[in-house]
Write a protein that binds this ligand. Structure first.
Ligand SMILES: [Zn+2]
Length: 481
């Protein structure tokens, strides 16, 4: 294909926002329309400010967070109702400490964080035998741009833990990996990113109730929905400790799994029909967020995401699902290979096998690398222009060109517009419209571009990129007739 491209002569002209190309290939060779224009996807430029912030991420600080959380003996959600735990034990003590950490980071940035503690009572259900108070703790770094600040990106982990019995309020439940590691990611993102300013808003969260049935995250997701938060991306970190079991040679410390739903949990029957009709089973907003994370990892190398095109691990769930159910884009980060002797197990040794979610199995530098990928993603999204809205593919006439339209009313000056595409069987975006392909725009922020690529053979997306190269996630078009 490379050789054929060399022999290809192409003339291109922009006519009123329409990209017109005339390709003459030699008779013994052809270049398909989808390869003939644009450029191969390549990593965006690193932002020195973000790169510097990532260097501040500290595996020692992460170790301190995880050690402190393990030190509360149990963080079982139901322990919030016990009266007989020694001081410094139980989930309420853990909530107090997390809140104090957020306050400490906020003091260091001149009060830049709004620290919130949201306590609610959950009524009895299968893993909650009596009315139980559950507390979410979070900190908001409000965006510096009054228009862009409406957009929010959220990172979360669950600070509750459990042992073999999820109703055990007193037994040891260290939860070092599940999920003090995820809380450490959330806190470390807060500590490091609160030293910067972003146009959009970031929210750093620690929820409880995950082990009882995703109660804390469900409460927060519903709050976000009811208060109309413009929540454009949620990163859930759960079991990101890089479990190290002596003798296990199959853990891969160079990667982290990123799970994303295909068909949105919130899709109505009509939306599901449209997804099937268009072949968009792998293009939910969560999936586009996952693809965006892959791009970020190439700009800021260190931890390779393995995109898992599945809502969560086989038949299992997590807090991102709560956000998916309310219609938000949300993904889950989890280490490559879990050790089930070190999750949801009473601490004990049987036949020489150590059980329990112990501190000693956590790899703190690994958690730091996961935190860096999270922080780079949050910072890029919060710096990037908003994703385009009303993205449409014009289908009035049947032809082999494709006309895309979108609006970008709130895009800051200097925003560039990229159309990305891939063949139907490709997992990731492959090509994008590079220099020389500019959409036509109106002052009101409506844009249009026509590409000589058949909509039948590719999936298109539109993303917005600012002058420094921060890119939004792509949005796939729906038909406009
Ligand atoms: Zn968990």
């Amino acid at each position: 294909m490379k050789a054929s491209l060399k022999r290809l002569t192409m003339t291109a002209a922009i006519v009123a926002g329409t990209f017109v190309s005339v390709a003459h290939a030699s008779s013994d060779d052809t270049t398909r329309d989808l390869d003939a224009i644009g450029s191969a996807i390549r990593p965006g430029p690193a932002d020195p400010t973000i790169a510097h912030a990532l260097q501040q991420i500290s595996s020692r600080q992460i170790q301190h967070t995880i050690e402190t959380l393990v030190g509360f003996h149990t963080r079982d959600t139901l322990s919030s109702m016990t009266k007989d735990l020694p001081p410094g034990q139980g989930i309420n003590a853990a909530a107090d400490w997390i809140e104090s950490e957020f306050e400490r980071y906020s003091e260091a940035c001149g009060g830049c964080l709004e620290v919130r503690r949201d306590t609610f009572t959950e009524s009895p259900q299968s893993r909650i035998p009596q009315p139980t108070t559950i507390t979410n703790v979070y900190a908001i770094l409000r965006g510096s741009d009054p228009v862009q600040a409406k957009r929010m990106y959220l990172v979360t982990g669950h600070y509750d833990s459990r042992n073999s019995d999820t109703l055990d309020t007193h037994g040891e439940a260290p939860g070092a990996n599940d999920d003090a590691s995820g809380v450490a990611v959330s806190l470390e993102c807060a500590r490091v990113l609160s030293k910067l300013k972003f146009p959009a808003t970031l929210v750093f969260v620690a929820v409880a109730g995950e082990e009882q049935g995703l109660n804390g995250s469900r409460h927060l997701a519903r709050l976000a929905k009811s208060e109309d938060w413009q929540l454009d991306g949620v990163l859930n970190n759960d079991i990101v400790g890089g479990n190290t079991t002596p003798g296990d040679t199959l853990q891969d410390k160079s990667v982290v799994r990123v799970f994303s739903e295909g068909i949105p949990a919130s899709a109505t029957p009509e939306q599901q029909k449209l997804i099937q009709a268009l072949g968009y089973e792998s293009d939910s907003s969560s999936r586009e967020l996952a693809r965006m994370i892959l791009g970020v990892s190439e700009t800021y190398p260190g931890m390779g995401p393995v995109l898992e095109f599945r809502r969560d691990r086989f038949l299992r769930g997590g807090d991102h699902t709560s956000f998916n159910q309310e219609g938000f884009a949300a993904v889950r980060f989890t280490e490559w290979r879990e050790d089930f002797n070190h999750q949801h197990q009473n601490v004990r040794t049987e036949n020489g096998v150590e059980y329990g979610d112990l501190l000693k199995f956590v790899d703190f530098p690994y958690v730091a690398h996961v935190a860096a990928l999270n922080a780079a993603t949050l910072a890029t999204l919060a710096d990037a222009p908003p994703p385009p809205s009303n993205v449409r593919i014009v289908t009035k006439n049947l032809d082999n060109n494709t006309t895309l339209t979108w609006t970008a009313a709130d895009a800051p000056p200097g925003t560039k517009y990229q159309v990305v595409w891939r063949q139907l069987a490709d997992p990731y975006w492959v090509r994008f419209t590079d220099k020389g392909i500019e959409p036509s725009g109106t002052p009101a922020g409506s844009y249009s571009v026509t590409l000589p690529v058949s909509k039948d053979n590719v999936i298109f997306g539109v993303r917005l990129v600012d002058a420094q190269g921060h890119s939004s996630a792509a949005v796939v078009p729906i038909p406009e007739r």
